[in-house]
Write a protein that binds this ligand. Structure first.
Ligand SMILES: Nc1ncnc2c1ncn2[C@@H]1O[C@H](COP(=O)(O)OP(=O)(O)OP(=O)(O)O)[C@@H](O)[C@H]1O
Ligand SMILES: [Mg+2]
Length: 310
């Protein structure tokens, strides 16, 4: 018998002061964040930031040193099996029995879950061009990853926790994956995914958190981040101008100067810059849309300048 649990009230995931130490190393330090139900939440950070460690605590596979991970209303460590039964999980280091075929692995998982949906499996396999008939040990990394993705999505769980799901997928399949995420949240499911692909996450996620050195350095919506992200602006003047004057404008940073041309990064309002440009008789302007990458990179690299947003 399949028991369908009612959607949990409140956030899909809540981390409260979650901490994991390995001896002297603080792999995750005092992480507090909420993942609202029905959205794609992107969890970003450089290598070794603590993403997989956090995810293993969310899955109830690793005990927090202190703090809690509440998943679908249940403490993940108190009831790991109960929590895992309601999640589609893709581990960062996917371990599949090499001699078994995709079909055998997925069939076994489905029986263990008590949910078998072959038509969904074959629809997903077709979509990702996955070969379910060969032993997975003979498949390439990307082709093995597809089996892991199908396993996470096949039973249509209310929450998906995916640790770097697109590693090894080629760009066409990444697009398929983006579409699958969009359909999944449209049906009211929640997706928590880790990545170090800034570009991927800004494409698919509504909310983003960035961790570095085990600590949360930023949590915000993608749209709010876009509003804050620096735009690239190029101004051309009939004669060289004093770059220091432009550098001193609020939110303006001069990135380069060549004869009468200035290349700037501008965050916030552009009014003061336009006034200064007009007063120097600017003859041309070229502005590019906000680039989240530039903003993200600053969070990845410059610990001393980063405000903690919680
Ligand atoms: N079992 C363990 N024993 C000791 N240290 C560990 C263990 N697991 C993780 N760490 C350390 O904790 C830190 C965080 O590792 P984690 O795997 O969570 O990073 P990550 O953000 O997932 O990185 P990546 O992007 O490379 O997957 C690293 O310094 C890692 O070496
Ligand atoms: Mg990892």
């Amino acid at each position: 018998m399949v028991i369908t649990q009612p959607a949990a009230p409140g956030p899909a995931i809540r981390l409260d002061d979650l901490t994991k130490t390995f001896g002297p190393l603080h792999a995750v330090s005092g992480l507090t964040l909420e993942v609202a139900a029905g959205q794609v939440f992107g969890f970003l950070g450089p290598n070794g930031a603590g993403k997989s460690t956090t995810i293993r605590m969310i899955m109830g596979l690793s005990a927090p040193s202190s703090g809690t991970a509440t998943v679908l209303g249940t403490d993940a460590w108190d009831d790991g099996p109960g929590v895992r039964a309601r999640i589609g999980y893709l581990a960062g280091e996917l371990a599949l029995p090499p001699r078994l075929t995709g079909d055998a692995i997925l069939g076994w998982t489905a029986r263990a879950r008590n949910v078998e949906n072959r038509s969904r499996r074959h629809e997903l396999a077709e979509r990702f061009q996955a070969d379910l008939r060969r032993p997975v040990g003979t498949l390439s990394k990307g082709n093995r990853q597809k089996i892991g993705i199908i396993r996470a999505f096949e039973h249509d769980p209310e929450l998906l926790v995916l640790d770097e799901p697109t590693s090894g997928l080629d760009p066409l399949l990444q697009k398929q994956f983006d579409d699958l995420l969009a359909e999944t949240v449209q049906r009211g499911r929640t997706v928590f995914l880790s990545s170090h692909e800034l570009d991927e996450v800004q494409r698919v996620a509504h909310n983003i958190a960035i961790i570095r050195g085990g600590e949360l350095v930023l949590a915000d919506t993608v749209s709010a981040l876009r509003a804050r992200a620096p735009r690239s602006v190029e101004l051309t003047f009939s004669a060289p101008v004093d770059k220091a004057e432009f550098d001193a404008l609020p939110g303006v940073q001069v990135l380069g100067q060549q004869n009468g041309r200035l290349v700037l990064a501008v965050s916030g309002e552009v009014g003061p810059l336009l006034e200064a440009a007009a007063s120097h008789h600017a003859i041309d302007i070229l502005a590019r849309p906000a680039d989240l990458d530039v903003l993200f990179r600053s969070f990845y690299r410059a610990p001393q300048e980063v405000p903690v947003a919680r």
